[in-house]
Design a protein around this ligand. Structure first.
Ligand SMILES: Cc1cc2nc3c(=O)[nH]c(=O)nc-3n(C[C@H](O)[C@H](O)[C@H](O)COP(=O)(O)OP(=O)(O)OC[C@H]3O[C@@H](n4cnc5c(N)ncnc54)[C@H](O)[C@@H]3O)c2cc1C
Length: 443
């Protein structure tokens, strides 16, 4: 049975997130964008409002919100500012490897610390020389007695400059690729951890992004999230659960772009009439609305799949890919509706467009999502239709046998179907010999 209604608890969660977005995030968004500084006090408020860390599992004292709950929150926050929403959501990303790992004592300790205090936890697979190719990590993890020693640089770390903990992905041997990847929980206070200055960005400027340098950082074995050989799978399982949230950022940002554009279209006059009267503008709004609604359905489906305990990898890739590309198209058309004003920071769409551009890049670029989906279609997807070679589309060939139901032979090259006891010596259409024919049966 399908039911698209939210539960009363989810409706309440959405109202709470919407209130917070309108009264706390929206007033701070353009200033954060202008200064490039992340308002940490706002992140603290989000935590106090129950909009951050609410997905810490019940078993560890948290509220145990599901992924669907999280994407409902995320859409609302991103509707006010995708950058600030990214920084608020980042704890969910940073703690996902911990949530998924089997290190119970570490889970108990760190989840308790996150619940007790305002702490930020960041996620780091990327490095200055790699992002998409997670198996290409170079940050080295070396065993030293009972500890691990980390040496390398992580890059593009959201909240990297302000985080207390990092989920660091490293390798015991860069040449061993997937087999060498491991992961550790690293604390900012540990000797040898240095964070870089914020990386300047096109959009989402209110979200801190920084490099993290690890110089002979000694990590106790108790902080292992994944031993060598298990880190790559842990990173992929993390993305499968966090990509729907990127889709939700995109839905929220696109929704706002559409709303601002509709408002402007009703007010702006051209040729003596509101531009909303022009069919060209109406069609843009229709397409924007269709994209926002479609993207939300995909995001909810992916989140729902994860909440059912299934592997949401494919649904998450579809949602992330569709929603992030749709959001940029929506923001671009919204900007077009604003005409020249759209191209200025005096109206909100310029920032939304810059913010939206990131969705196609982080947590797996659009190209990477297509790579995942193409791999699925070609290798794992189970087709309903019979194989082409078994499909006798045109049974127009002349029967040469005597049986009541002649056998059918299909030319594998041109598709011609020959009816008879034997294949023809030569295909009458493409001239290939009898060996090109294969007997077909009705499915
Ligand atoms: C603002 C921001 C925040 C981020 N936050 C985080 C974070 O918190 N933690 C973290 O670990 N990372 C983070 N990232 C990094 C982000 O995930 C990477 O930038 C992204 O995965 C792409 O990696 P890359 O930049 O190294 O590009 P590359 O991997 O070098 O790719 C360059 C281009 O080549 C394409 N490409 C690469 N491989 C293929 C392929 N096989 N087939 C087709 N095309 C391909 C890519 O799609 C892209 O267009 C963040 C990035 C940004 C910009």
């Amino acid at each position: 049975m399908l039911d698209f209604r939210l539960s009363p608890a989810q409706e309440a969660l959405r109202r709470k997130a919407r209130e917070f977005a309108l009264h706390e995030i929206l007033p701070a968004a353009w200033e954060a964008d202008r200064t490039g500084r992340t308002p940490v006090a706002l992140l603290r408020k989000a935590r106090e409002a129950g909009l951050m860390n609410a997905d810490i599992p019940r078993a560890y004292g948290g509220e145990g919100l599901g992924l669907l709950d999280n994407v409902i929150i995320t859409e609302e926050l991103a509707a006010a500012c995708a950058g600030l929403a990214t920084s608020i959501f980042d704890n969910s990303l940073g703690m996902e490897p911990l949530r998924l790992c089997g290190n119970e004592p570490l889970k108990r300790r760190v989840f308790a610390e996150l619940l007790a205090d305002f702490k930020l936890i960041a996620f780091a697979t990327s490095e200055p020389t790699m992002g998409s190719d997670v198996a290409g990590i170079r940050c080295l993890a070396r065993r030293d007695g009972g500890d691990w020693v980390l040496e390398g640089t992580k890059f593009w770390v959201t909240n990297g400059g302000i985080a207390d903990y990092f989920s660091i992905f490293a390798t015991v041997d860069p040449k061993s690729r997937h087999e060498g990847i491991c992961a550790f929980l690293v604390e900012r206070s540990q000797p040898g951890v240095r964070v870089g200055r914020p990386i300047p960005k096109l959009g989402q400027r209110g979200s801190n992004t920084a490099g993290v340098r690890l110089e002979a950082v000694r990590v106790p074995a108790a902080n292992v999230l994944a031993p060598p050989g298990e880190g790559f799978a842990l990173a992929m399982r993390t993305f499968a659960r966090t990509r729907p949230a990127i889709g939700a950022f995109a839905v929220g940002a696109a929704r706002s772009a559409m709303e601002f554009a509709a408002d402007y279209a009703r007010r702006r006059q051209a040729f003596g009439t509101p531009i909303a009267r022009f069919q060209a503008i109406q069609h843009k709004l229709a397409d924007m609305f269709q994209k926002v609604e479609t993207a939300r359905l995909l995001v909810w489906k992916a989140a729902w799949e994860a909440d059912q305990g299934g592997d949401p990898t494919i649904a998450a890739s579809i949602a992330k890919l569709y929603a992030s590309e749709a959001a940029f198209q929506v923001a671009d058309e919204a900007l077009q509706i604003f005409g020249g004003y759209g191209y200025t920071p005096l109206f909100p769409v310029e920032k939304i467009l810059r913010d939206c551009r990131l969705f196609r890049i982080y947590e797996g670029t659009s190209e990477v999502q297509r790579h995942i989906l193409a791999g699925h279609v070609l290798e794992a997807y189970r087709p309903v239709m019979p194989a082409l070679e078994e499909l006798a589309l045109h049974r127009g060939g002349e029967a040469s046998g005597t049986g009541a139901t002649p056998r059918a032979w299909r030319c594998r090259i041109c598709g011609h179907v020959h009816l008879g006891e034997q294949p023809p010596a030569e295909c009458p259409v493409c001239f290939f010999p009898a060996s090109a024919f294969r007997e077909v049966h009705d499915p």
